[in-house]
Design a protein around this ligand. Sequence first.
Ligand code: NAD
Length: 287
Amino acid sequence: MESLQNKVAVITGGSSGIGCATAHALAQRGARIVIADIDSAGADAVAADITRSGGQAAGVRCDVGAEAAFDELKGFTLDRFGQVDVVMNNVGVLTSGLPDHLPVQEWQRIININLFSVVRSNTAFMPLLIEQGHGHIVNTASFAGLFTYAYDRLPYAASKASIVQISEGLRIYLHPQGVGVTVLCPGPVKTNISVGLPRTFGPEPGIRGPGAQFALLEPDVVGEQVAQAILDDTFMLYTHEQVRDTLVERASDWNAFIAKQTDTIANTPALMQADLLKMAAEAESRD
Ligand code: NAD
């Protein structure tokens, strides 16, 4: 896409974190934004911020897990701004638990919100983008969908791996029809995703990070990367170059890679809730 000026972008999960930062980055480049989020007060607040800065935006309540969500969202966007140019399917929720303790219902909940939201969005918006012969879809996956650094979030990782595959197929299908596709695979970003990590199944597995080589990014950095990826029509967007390096290492010897990951995870203690609370209290007393 050559310019974002006067384009209309719909962003799910736009009230917080990466979605919110992307809303601001696109608005700064002249796009009009629909912020769709289950947190409607948050969506309105982000829209108000953008409007105060001289942009145009509207917030709307949307539960991406609901069947009718995207038909309603398309209707709202067309009523409000008359067109759709960019669709960012960005909602993702985490769950935590050991593989032998995660119930099927929890798998279904995560797959419905993270993966079927993308499917429903495509069903609603893709025909419109194809018919007009231009537009751009951004699907937010995760580096957790590209390689495994923890075993306590399998439904999340599976949903994100599926989003990567769907995005590849869509890129091949839609590019000749004038529609761009970006799959955003963030590494660690400082957002609300794990604030009060809602559900844990079985014995507390603790939090396992991907390793200290993956710096924790501010969401604004990612918002800028997404805006640039849309303008450059970039397909794969890693927020961290280390993701690419890890994939190269895995592709060169998958068996050695998985043996190394198994050793690393077995020999690195996970952070328990009590550790996190202690660290938060220490950080607060330093401030
Ligand atoms: P966040 O929690 O800050 O923002 C997520 C937003 O989604 C929130 O505003 C929340 O209200 C909204 N939301 C949740 N359920 C919803 C639903 N059913 N319908 C509509 N809105 C809903 O998290 P974030 O980190 O900004 O996450 C954005 C995306 O980035 C997610 O897909 C996540 O998986 C992905 N991601 C994040 C990281 C990270 O480190 N933060 C890393 C990799 C991938």
